[in-house]
Structure formats: C-alpha cells, structure tokens
Design a protein. Structure first.
Ligand code: KG4
Ligand code: ZN
Length: 335
C-alpha cells in the first residue's frame, strides 16, 4: 500500500508547529516554535501577541519542516490543521496557512479538532487498540472519552467547571509560582508533604469532574495563612493538591475502564506530562492488566505531529474540508 504523508499545522495557542507524519504513526519531522519565553513576561498567554507571533513565524516554520524532512510538497498527500478550539486569532493563522497550501498545491485540506490531535499523539507511541478509554487532561479540557474505533468519540464524562490544567495554573499563581504553572507545581510537589486537608474534588459515582472547589480551597487556605501571619509551605500545598487531583482522576478512570470492560487506556493533553499522573496510572494499569499509553513528554503539550497523525485517520474517513474552512474558538468533538 502506498505510504501517506500528512503535513500538519498547529497554532491554536502559543506554539507555532508544523510536522510531517507518515501513515499516522511515523513522525518524519516536527518543528515547534514555542512563544513561552515571551508570554512568561506577562504571567500567561497574551492572545494578541500570540497571533502576531504566529503570523511572523508560520512561513518559516513550514519551510524549516520541509527542509529538515528532505521532502517537497509533491511528496505530501494532504494538509491537516487545527481549526479549533483555541484562541481565535491564533487558529486563523494556521487555518489560513493550511488553506493556502492546500489551494496552491492542490492537496486535500483536513480539519482536525485540537482534542482529537491530543488523543492521536498516542498513535505516535504505539498503534491505538480499540475499544479504548481516553482521559483528556489539558489547559482547556478534562474529559473521559470512549472510542470503539478510529475517529469515533463518545464522551462519558467531563468537567463541570474548570479544566484540570487551568486549575494547576491558578494554584501556581496563588502560591506564587511563575508561569508556566502546571509543570512547576508538579516539580514542587515532590519536595513537599501531603499535610494540607484539601477536599477530594467531586468524589461521587459519576464520570464528571469539578476542580473549582479545590481551587477555591487553595485560595482560601493561602489567604487565611497569610492573614494569620503564617508562612505558606508551597511544597506542601503543591503535594497535597497534586495528590488529590491524581486520586480523583485515577479513581474515575479506573472505574470507567471496569464498567465499560475496556483494557486499553490512553492519556492525552498537556497535563499528561504530569509525573504524579504518569506514575500513578503506570502502577495502577500494571496491577489491573490495562494496556496504558501516554505520549512522550514533548508530545503531551501542543505540537503538529499529533495534528498530522489525527489528520491521517480523518483523511481515511474522508473528512475533507473546502477552502471555506472556518477557525472556531469553541467547537465540540462530540456530535
Ligand atoms: O494541551 P496543552 O498544551 O494546551 C491546551 O490544549 O490546553 O496543555 C497546557 C496545560 C497547561 O495548563 C499546563 O499548565 C499544563 O497543561 N501542564 C501541566 C504539566 N505540564 C503542562 N500540568 C501539570 N503538570 C505538568 N507537568
Ligand atoms: Zn492542547
């Protein structure tokens, strides 16, 4: 069978990324230009600056990717791009670049939902086996998804309020840890002890999550301690917080695997880089005979390899867009 090469483009937030992936699993080349250093001066991503930087960099990143791959546009079968969700100005740049390439070189244009991309980062590690449960944990999403086959997404639960990554970033800010908060809280948690009595978030029988309560608990804790003139022990807050998050995520995910009688689990999204989560799920899955896949750290956060991998499976399903493809800041993966 002929090999299929997909060129993927991802610009939904603060990474300008272009990648070429063969057959949805073999990464040929990926270029990621992170804007993190710029945004860290502001304590978070500034949308207007992010989109301007995408405009400045996108052509260069496409050229660099092609050059490093030693391929030309003639070798590319289709162009896939994140059309949403994300920052609208940022998405527009990627969609415009992809549409232009598709038009000029006469290649099919494949729209990829950002979360489908995160899920398919796992296909770059090992071939996804079905049925599977996907735990999606990112800055904007916290969802449990059932997949009976490629490109079939059935939501079985999700957050009722904040996403887990959003909560990590907020907790980081409250305890005075610089941006990017999530990875710093993760690191700090290993230096502390679980001494603070934070609540286990939404400890019920559903597959839903809620992180606003634990976020408020951390905010109140910090304010109370400071008002009393006490020093806050950042490491201990980080450790207590992370333990609660890991506990609720693992408890509900393991329950879903059992109830849906599924032996394959994949974890996706930026927060899957979290070492507490990786360690806990690795040992739980080993003990319960579950086949676990988590992306390599560099593919946990936003990148175009995952968009090219998802793009391959969308292409196979003939999910192809016209040149009028719209960027969507909010769009659901589910029907
Ligand atoms: O998937 P992603 O790159 O962007 C979205 O699609 O949202 O995820 C970014 C999120 C941020 O909230 C960041 O703090 C979090 O992932 N994150 C982490 C870790 N690394 C990234 N959260 C906890 N522990 C980490 N090691
Ligand atoms: Zn993402």
């Amino acid at each position: 069978m002929k090999d299929i090469y997909i060129l993927g483009i991802e610009t939904s937030c603060d990474e300008t990324s272009v990648s070429i992936v063969k057959n949805g699993c073999d990464e040929i080349t990926t270029v990621v230009l992170s804007q993190m250093d710029t945004h860290s001066n502001y304590g978070g991503v500034v949308p207007e600056i992010a989109s301007r930087m995408h405009v400045e960099n996108i052509t260069m990143v496409i050229e660099e990717c092609l050059e490093k791959s030693s391929l030309t546009m003639d070798d590319i079968d289709a162009i896939s791009v994140t059309y949403g969700p994300g920052l609208i100005g940022c998405l527009l740049i990627g969609v415009l670049a992809a549409t232009t390439l598709s038009y000029i070189y006469n290649k099919p244009l494949i729209p990829v939902h950002h979360i489908a991309g995160h899920i398919y980062a796992n296909n770059l590690v090992s071939e996804m086996k079905f049925p599977l449960i996907a735990l999606v944990i990112s800055g904007g999403h916290t969802e449990l998804i059932y997949m009976s086959d490629h490109y079939s997404f059935k939501k079985i639960g999700g957050t009722l309020d904040d996403a887990v990554g959003e909560c990590y970033d907020k907790v980081a800010r409250v305890i005075g840890v610089p941006y990017p908060g999530g990875p710093m809280v993760d690191r700090l948690s290993y230096k502390g002890k679980d001494t603070y009595p934070l609540p286990l978030p939404l400890d019920d029988n559903t597959y839903n999550f809620s992180f606003s309560g634990i976020k408020s608990a951390v905010i109140n804790l910090v304010h109370n301690e400071l008002q009393r003139g006490n020093e806050i022990r950042k490491e201990d807050i980080a450790c207590s917080f992370q333990n609660r998050v890991v506990e609720v995520l693992s408890k509900k995910t393991m329950k879903a695997l059992k109830e849906y009688n599924v032996k394959n689990l994949i974890i996706a999204g930026g927060v899957s880089a979290n070492s507490g989560i990786r360690d806990k799920f690795t040992s739980l899955c080993e003990a319960n005979g579950i086949n676990l896949t988590i992306p390599n750290i560099k593919y946990c956060t936003d990148n175009a390899a995952m968009i090219a991998s998802a793009g391959y499976f969308a292409y196979k399903k003939k999910i192809i867009s016209g040149y009028d493809l719209k960027a969507c800041a909010n769009t659901s993966l589910f029907e």
